[in-house]
Design a protein around this ligand. Structure first.
Ligand code: SF4
Length: 448
């Protein structure tokens, strides 16, 4: 394990990625989750070999940070010895409640399995870059709308039965719809799209496909006679929720979602929570997109106790917790590239200005913007001049104003005060910010 992956690649167990706080590995168990005992053993391994920070990403992968060139292979060996099979190859992701959600339109797992097999058969695994992915979303309580993918399939009901919307390049909102098809045809058009991406090289993504290619993919099924009319109503299973709180399953069973603040937790806290879950009867802990864990199998009366224990350990147990509105990367001191203490700032802002956080606030240790690559209404970004404030753009944009890094939370308090004074009745803070505009916002941020 001498060659560490470059930034932006996928840091699998066999190819950890260099970050500011050492090497990082990401793992996705084939089963989508662990028994409580396995999670405890894994967290102990993270403590032994890493710096004790564990993360669940926005896509629902588990990350272990702070490994060294010597310790990373030891961790990989221990994961192997624990019998945790991890996913390799092109990620074909399904939701965390796939197959057990009574509200899902279709169980996406069989189709996902067929797509994985077809990708292998077509010899595409080695030809596609590590970040090319497919999502197969069966709908239901926890959809994959927020997860971006190169190809996405979404189950819908039509008069002819279950069909799949196949779209490319984006999340549930932004992806471009190509076709509506039954399972095998949806699989075939998925593989056709991946083949086009592979032909462009290992750095290519679906967003790089030409208009002509997209049109040909959309028309391809009509040539085979498999194309369907688009059914109305995209998400019959209901609007997707954050993976936090209670989710009814079949019978009286319930899944309990608990999130990691900013996606990160000390391994000791993960161990403490998993031990409590074990004693309360949890049989499985699944990783969920949205930086969360889903606890399954415990009797319904145990959920409140588990939530109380999680809250006391610092986990997020309510979907309205203001920390869920803040995207914050590790920043200093965890990441060598960081220029500001992102997590400390986030805690202060969540405690002091929860009432205005009806939008995403991004706090980024540097301009790379790892925690939230897209634009956000407000971004605090660390740089040479301190904590810059970017309005309606990504962390890479030129800040409209600066404050010293240690003092950035006060700048947000100044903006909060301006919003409180200017807000119309019923107006959201986000709408108020848009109305006030970047110049006034930056001025408030800089105010003493
Ligand atoms: S954005 Fe944050 S995690 Fe990413 S490199 Fe910069 S400081 Fe490190």
């Amino acid at each position: 394990m001498n060659a560490f992956s470059r930034r932006g690649a996928c840091p699998a167990l066999s190819a950890p990625m260099q970050t500011g706080d050492g090497l990082l590995v990401r793992l996705n168990p084939v089963d989508g989750g662990f028994t409580a005992k396995l999670l405890i053993a894994l967290a102990e391994s993270a403590l032994r070999h890493g710096n004790g920070i564990m993360e669940v990403t926005a896509r629902g992968s588990l990350q272990i940070r702070g490994l060294t060139a010597q310790s990373a292979p030891l961790l990989a060996a221990e994961v192997d010895a624990l019998g945790i099979a991890v996913r390799t190859g092109v990620p074909v992701e399904t939701g965390p409640l796939a197959g057990i959600d009574p509200r899902e339109i279709a169980d996406p797992r069989p189709l996902a399995e067929r797509i994985r097999a077809a990708i292998e058969e077509a010899g595409l695994t080695q030809r596609l870059g590590p970040k090319v992915s497919v999502v197969v979303d069966g709908g239901g309580q926890l959809t994959l709308d927020a997860v971006t993918a190169d190809v996405r399939l979404l189950a819908v009901r039509s008069s002819a039965g279950i069909r799949w919307l196949v779209s490319v390049a984006g999340d549930g909102q932004s992806a471009r719809l190509l076709v509506v098809a039954e399972g095998d045809a949806a699989r075939d058009v998925t593989v056709a799209a991946l083949r086009m991406i592979a032909e462009k090289g290992r750095d290519a993504h679906a967003r790089g496909l030409s208009e002509r290619q997209l049109v040909s993919l959309a028309g391809w099924l009509s040539l085979t006679g498999s194309r369907e009319a688009r059914p109305s109503g995209r998400t019959e299973g209901g609007a997707s929720r954050k993976p936090i709180g209670l989710f009814p399953l079949a019978g009286h069973a319930v899944a309990l979602g608990i999130a990691l603040p900013y996606g990160s937790m000390p391994a000791q806290n993960m161990i403490a929570l998993a031990k409590s879950a074990l004693s309360l009867g949890t049989t499985e802990i699944r990783l969920a997109p949205g930086r969360a864990l889903l606890f399954l199998g415990q009797p319904p009366h145990a959920n409140q106790s588990l939530q109380d224990i999680a809250a006391a350990l610092g986990f997020v147990t309510s979907p309205t917790d203001p920390r869920t509105r803040i995207a914050a990367c590790p920043g200093t001191p965890a990441c060598a590239s960081g220029r500001i203490a992102t997590r400390d700032l986030a805690e202060t802002i969540a405690a002091e200005n929860a009432d205005i956080l009806d939008f995403t606030l991004h706090i980024s240790g540097c301009a790379k913007g790892c925690a939230h690559p897209g634009p956000a209404p407000l971004t605090i970004v660390g740089g040479e001049n301190g904590a810059g404030l970017v309005v309606n753009a990504t962390a890479r944009a030129l800040p409209a104003g600066y404050r010293p890094g240690y003092d950035a939370a006060r700048g947000i308090s100044r903006i909060a005060a301006m919003i409180s004074g200017a807000r119309f009745q019923g107006e959201t803070a986000a709408a108020c910010l848009t109305r006030l505009g970047p110049v006034a916002i930056a001025e408030a941020y800089r105010q003493e």
